[in-house]
Design a protein around this ligand. Sequence first.
Ligand code: CIR
Length: 252
Amino acid sequence: MYAHAITRLPGENFADGITTSHLGRPSFPLILQQHEAYRQALRNLGLQVTVLPAEPTFPDAYFVEDPAIITPRLAVITHPGAPARQGEEITLEPVLARYRPLVHITPPGTVDGGDVMIVEDHFFIGLSERTNHAGASQLAGFLASVGYTSEPVPVASGLHLKSGVNYLGKNTLLLTRTLADYLGFDNYEKILLDEDEEYAANTLWINDTLLMPKGFPKTHRKLTGLGMDILELDVSEVRKMDGGLTCMSLRI
Ligand code: CIR
């Protein structure tokens, strides 16, 4: 069960962040509203939510999932893969130090937390445009030092590993067809996303409720079969910046 979530407010210049989407210019008032609804949903699920101030120097900093990885046994401060995001971790570090012993990914290693999927005591580490071999192997070493296992997963498309796959509990993965071919996922039940709903891969499992993005009816139908509560949240403005539900918090 998660008890805390760390979040950061989007800043007025959030639209200056990195994006590959062509969904139009995002609205600041609307993203604030969507972020507030997200924080409220986490509170309703019993989490105490820390809200850090926006970081004007780093327009993507409200995607707090990328500069750190929190596990039950330690927290890893990453060296984010996008140069424009390197430094976001600095103000996050003292906050995480309250909860866990800290270790650091160091250059030339790069890791984005969006590439790290935790499944019980095993970690899948995406090798992507943001997470390189050096970073992944540093991370694997830290995880092994506290008794976790891990394996690298090539990410052929999409920004991060968790843009295409997430763990929903009950030995079940929600994933794209491309990632479904990965042999390391063979021992899991798989819910395959339709091609036109792949964005819904970024569904967040919190204390036996699934938070999913609004507007993906086929995926919603498939998830209903799991028998968990499902809460749909509108993250249209977050999506315009290539982000989603998992990216906007660190869960502890
Ligand atoms: C970026 O390109 O880094 C941000 N605009 C989006 C990061 C999304 N983070 C995530 O999926 N963990």
